[in-house]
Structures are given as C-alpha cells and as structure tokens.
Design a protein around this ligand. Structure first.
Ligand code: G3I
Length: 348
C-alpha cells in the first residue's frame, strides 16, 4: 500500500513542478489570468510601428493596454471639431490582434489640453458642450472595443481637497459627475474609473479621493472603479498593507480598484541593491492587489525603461520598469511572476 502512496506523491510533485515551470516559462499575462487579474501597461503608440521587439514583448507579457498619450485631449482633438483617431485606432487594432483589453485614457484631465480650448475663453455652457461632445465622440467610437475608461484623473489635491482645474474653473464642481454620466450614455457597458496618484495608501489625499468617490456613488453617478496610479520611488512609497486596506474600504463602497500606472524610479545608474529593493516593492504592491478580490488589474506605466516618462520628467532618475532599455527582464519582473505563481498555486 505504501508504495502506491509514494508513487502518487512523486506523480503529484512532478505534475506540480511541471505546471509551475510551464506557468513560469510563459509571459506574465498567462500567470495573471490564472491568478484572476489583468496585467497591463501603458503603450507608446509610435514605438508600436517602429520597434518590433517592443511589440512582441507587449503581446507576450500583457493582456491589458492603456494608451500613454494617444487618447489625450490634445492628440484626439487638436483643433475644435477636428478629431484625429489615427494613434488611438492603431492601439485598439493592436490590442484586438493580440486578445488584449483596452483601457481608454483619459477623458477629463488638466494636462495636454490644446490651446484652442485653454485659450478660447469659453463660457460654462460652451465648455460643457465641448466636453460632452469630446467625451461622447471618443467613447462612442470605441463602444464595445474599449472595456474601461479613465473618465477623470488627478482632481484631488495633496491636502485631500478638490483640486482647482481648468474644468472646475470653467464648468464648476459638477464637471466630474457630468463627465461620468456622458461617458456612460455613450457606452453603458464600459467600466468607468477615477484615476489618481499619491492616494494609494493612507493619508489626506487617500481620504480625499475616498470622500470624492463616495459622494459620486451617493449621487448615483455611474462610477465603477478607482485607479491607484502608484508612481513611487524607494524612499517614497505607500505601505502595502495601507494599500490593501484602502482597496478594501473602496470595495465597501461597491467600487473595484486597479493599480494603474506603477513605476519605481531609481537613481541612475541603478545599483544591484536598488534593483532588488525595486523588485520587493513591485511584488508587495501586486500582492496587496491579489489579496483584494475587487482589485481587478495591475498595470505598469510603460513596459521597458527605454520608453519610460521618468528620465525626461525626473532628470537623474530612471530604470523604473520591469524590463530594461533592451527589453531584458529585471529582478522586478521575476518578483511579479513569483507573486502570481504563489497566488495561482493557492487557487488550485
Ligand atoms: O507629441 C508631442 C510632440 O509633437 C512635441 O514635439 C513634443 C515636444 O513638445 O511633445 C510631445 O508631446 C509630449 C507627450 O508626452 C508625448 O511624448 C508632451 O510634451 C509631454 O508632456 C507628454 O508627457 C506625458 C505626460 O503624461 C503628460 O501628458 C508622458 O509621456 C506620460 O507618460 C504622462 O503620463 C501621465 C498619465 O497620463 C497620467 N498619470 C500620470 C502620468 C505621468 O505623468
């Protein structure tokens, strides 16, 4: 009898090891699927057409894509009434060709607004009409093809109070509720999200975001999720436990959450020790997401260090992503895979 038990134990160990190896050998997206979340990144659309290894890496590793800039107001509507969807269409086509979900980014934001808009001296009613036309033209074009939208972003200040923005000054405080309603009218099936940075864990801004979205829910505004951007550094990152608790309290409002734009900037040249600490941070934030059923996706803000926004905006900093500038996996990549493998093995 004991030889039978021994054989079964060996067989199960082989099966488990084989399955684990098979899971580990594939891209992250297959592990993420097994663990029950989408794994995404922001896409540099210009590079899609010029950098074949980059495109192949995206298709292998990610099942969710967000246009880094291709769907921003100034790109989509550079002149009043003239819409340019060329970059956005290219991204959506790439996603559909590789069985990826698309997160549309970003309908209402205070940056990358065209001069015709910011210098137009429009009345409140004119601005409402302009914003409604923009949102409904863009969302309707991708109805059924873009699964979720960052309807609004970064509308809460560091102090937790509503931030004064071009839109709040021009339309009034109800611009956010209007934007969500207009987006919902254009595509009732789309998942609508508020997306922000600096409020991922505990603190005044986190509380301010919570208050904002709780108010939207109270007024039956069609908001489905909150995006936690997670732009951090080794010395400036939320506690993973605080992130998990924040996700839980947002879930209690009926809201899903996502980690939407994670990157961990490092002083350049990045040391081995810093890369290891970066790996720990990525793994810990993913584990916080995996611990909350309502956390539905984990995305980085860029796939490779070659296309990261960080060096331009933070001189001397970089190496913020999972793959280096040549597309080679960094320690953070393996930390992400280990967290997903661990989750997947617990789901069996
Ligand atoms: O496309 C123009 C080009 O024609 C022009 O010659 C050049 C020089 O002026 O500018 C180019 O546009 C730049 C654009 O990136 C595309 O490269 C803008 O100036 C530049 O401001 C813009 O930066 C983007 C930034 O958002 C502002 O929109 C970054 O790439 C992008 O990574 C960053 O992403 C944001 C998210 O949307 C929201 N969350 C924060 C995150 C980081 O700031």
């Amino acid at each position: 009898m004991s030889w039978r038990i021994t054989l079964m134990a060996i067989a199960s160990a082989v099966v488990c090891t084989t399955a684990t190896f098979a899971l580990a050998a594939g891209g992250v997206r297959s592990l993420a699927h097994t663990a029950g979340i989408h794994f995404g990144t922001a896409v540099n659309v210009e590079a899609l057409g010029t950098d074949a290894p980059y495109s192949r890496l995206l298709a292998r590793e990610f099942d969710l894509v967000t246009p880094e800039n291709a769907m921003k107001f100034s790109v989509i509507q550079p002149e009043r009434g003239r819409f340019d969807f060329s970059q956005a269409d290219a991204l959506v086509a790439f996603a559909e060709a590789h069985a990826m979900q698309v997160n549309g980014h970003v309908l209402v934001w205070d940056q990358q607004l065209p001069d015709w808009l910011t210098q137009g001296h429009f009345s409140s009613d004119e601005l409402k009409a302009i914003l409604r036309e923009h949102i409904q033209t863009v969302v309707a074009r991708y109805r059924g093809r873009v699964a979720s939208w960052d309807v609004a972003a970064e509308a809460v200040g560091e102090d937790g109070k509503p931030r004064e923005t071009f839109w709040s000054r021009g339309i009034g405080a109800d611009y956010l509720a209007l934007a969500f309603r207009w987006a919902h009218e254009a595509d009732p099936q789309a998942r609508l999200r508020y997306n922000d940075y600096g409020g991922e864990g505990a603190g005044a801004k986190s509380d301010g975001i919570y208050t904002l979205v709780a108010g939207l829910r109270t007024h039956r505004v069609p908001i489905d999720a909150v995006g936690l951007q997670m732009h951090v550094s080794l010395n400036d990152a939320p506690r993973p436990e605080d992130v998990r608790l924040n996700m839980k309290r947002l879930a209690a409002l009926g809201l899903q959450t996502d980690i939407t734009e994670m990157d961990v900037m490092l002083p350049l040249p990045a040391s081995r020790a810093a890369l290891k600490k970066q790996a720990v941070l990525y793994g810990a934030m993913l584990q916080a997401c995996l611990a909350v059923p309502q956390c539905r996706s984990f995305s980085t803000w860029g796939a490779t260090d070659r296309y990261s926004w960080i060096p331009e905006f933070f001189p001397g900093q970089g190496a913020a992503l999972l793959f280096d500038a040549s597309g080679h996996a960094k320690p953070a990549y393996w930390s992400i895979k280990l967290a997903l493998l661990t989750k997947a093995s617990h789901k069996r």
